[in-house]
Design a protein around this ligand. Structure first.
Ligand SMILES: Cc1cc2nc3c(=O)[nH]c(=O)nc-3n(C[C@H](O)[C@H](O)[C@H](O)COP(=O)(O)OP(=O)(O)OC[C@H]3O[C@@H](n4cnc5c(N)ncnc54)[C@H](O)[C@@H]3O)c2cc1C
Length: 382
């Protein structure tokens, strides 16, 4: 048993754990607190690329791989230049984020790190974190491990998956316009499925091309490979290119009540805490936002998880993923309608849960030709 009694312990230093640790490290209130970070892996590889949007200058601009001010949406029959307003779309390599945050956190003497796999966490007056051979005590634990119940529960929750494969490709000639990225391209799809390509030009000779599905189940690896290679050939019209890196991922888009595992001594964070926006699969920016809310809650003597998730927006999300889960063939039409009828910056604000009820009504009203959607919206508002 480690005899130190920590004020806070963070299990897992991925996106959420590091955002939370950084939010604590940059607030003087926590200078007198002992904080323990427990992580099973070395976090010394670039295991993913994070993208997110925010207005103007942000905390991570200094380590961003690329920032875009312009974007396009490629409908089946039309290119739509998106009006991003004040939003900028940013790309960050996870390795750069791990390295930068680890260096910053190592400067703080009240933070301790242990490289260990956490087992059971026993919540009592003081919480015990068990690992193979050692136990740690903390007043409150933030846990980024996804509960097995999420996968095993037989309850009727919607479990849509955002699953994708990306290639970083390099060319000899300048072929990409790196001033702009493609949010969604529906010109190559699999019939009756919600899927699209996402294109992020890093420089004129290099781009990340990702083929993404929002669907109930995964597909074989060769399907992503074929679709990516078709996109490069038929849409980008490239014959000569090199694949310099590949990225694959699965992100749950679900209404599973992750928050139910929170209690006085433990708060689930990140994907495990339901921080992934169900309707979009994005969570990097939520992790920054929710970590700040946790810090504010602690400073105001509230439960750390107090009002982390906005319940009205969760209802919108639930509706959207429910439609896509049961009518996966409708995704193309729904996204095309949304981007044809609304300014992109309004959609981004809506996804950030920062719109007014009137703005939400306007976005929903764009789907008025979809009768079943109207009925479902009525259900939400009632
Ligand atoms: C390939 C990929 C690309 C993504 N791209 C984006 C994107 O562009 N934009 C966006 O907003 N979101 C994106 N996401 C979704 C989401 O932002 C990430 O999954 C994000 O990493 C989730 O953060 P997290 O902290 O919940 O999980 P993680 O970052 O996975 O961190 C969990 C940490 O817990 C550790 N851990 C697990 N079990 C234990 C244990 N028993 N003991 C100790 N440590 C443990 C793990 O090693 C890991 O470091 C992406 C996801 C994937 C998979």
């Amino acid at each position: 048993m480690d005899s130190t009694s920590y004020d806070y312990a963070v299990v897992g230093t991925g996106a959420a754990g590091l955002h939370l640790a950084m939010a604590m490290a940059t607030d003087k209130f926590f200078d007198s607190k002992k904080i323990l970070l427990l992580e099973k892996s070395q976090k010394d590889v670039n295991d993913k690329t994070w993208c997110f949007w925010e207005k103007g200058v942000g905390k991570w601009d200094g380590i961003a791989t690329k920032i875009w001010d312009q974007a396009q949406f490629m409908a089946t029959d039309q290119q739509i230049n998106l009006n991003m307003g004040a939003y900028r779309y940013k790309m960050l390599a996870s390795f750069d984020f791990y390295t930068y945050t680890k260096n910053e956190l190592r400067k703080k003497s009240n933070f301790a790190w242990v490289n260990v796999e956490v087992g059971n966490i026993l919540c009592d007056k003081i919480t015990t974190i068990e690992t193979n051979g050692q136990a740690y005590l903390a007043k409150h634990v933030f846990d980024s491990r996804i509960t097995p119940n999420f996968y095993n529960s037989t309850d009727n929750y919607t479990r849509l998956l955002q699953h994708f494969k990306g290639w970083i490709i390099e060319t000899d000639e300048d072929v990409f316009d790196d001033t702009s990225f493609v949010m969604m391209d529906f010109r190559i799809t699999v019939p009756n499925t919600t899927c699209f390509t996402y294109v992020l030009p890093i420089n004129p000779k290099m781009a990340l091309i990702e083929f993404t599905f929002f669907s109930p189940s995964l597909v074989e690896d060769e399907i992503y490979e074929n679709l990516l290679s078709r996109y490069v050939k038929e849409i980008l019209k490239l014959e000569k290119y090199k694949i310099v890196n590949r990225e694959k991922g699965v992100i749950p888009m679900s209404d599973y009540p992750f928050h139910k595992d929170n209690n006085q001594h433990l708060t689930k964070i990140g994907t495990a805490g339901g921080w992934v926006k169900p309707a979009s699969g994005y969570s990097f920016k939520n992790a920054e936002r929710y970590s700040q809310r946790i810090v504010d809650n602690i400073k105001n003597n509230r439960l750390p998880s107090y009002k982390l998730v906005n319940t009205l927006f969760r209802k919108y999300d639930t509706l959207f993923i429910d439609v896509l889960y049961h009518h996966n063939q409708l995704g193309v039409g729904l996204f095309e309608t949304m981007y044809r009828k609304n300014e992109a910056h309004k959609i981004l604000a809506f996804l950030d849960e920062e719109t007014t009820r009137v703005e939400e009504f306007i976005i929903m009203n764009s789907f008025s030709r979809w009768p079943f959607m109207r009925a479902l919206f009525k259900k939400i508002f009632s």
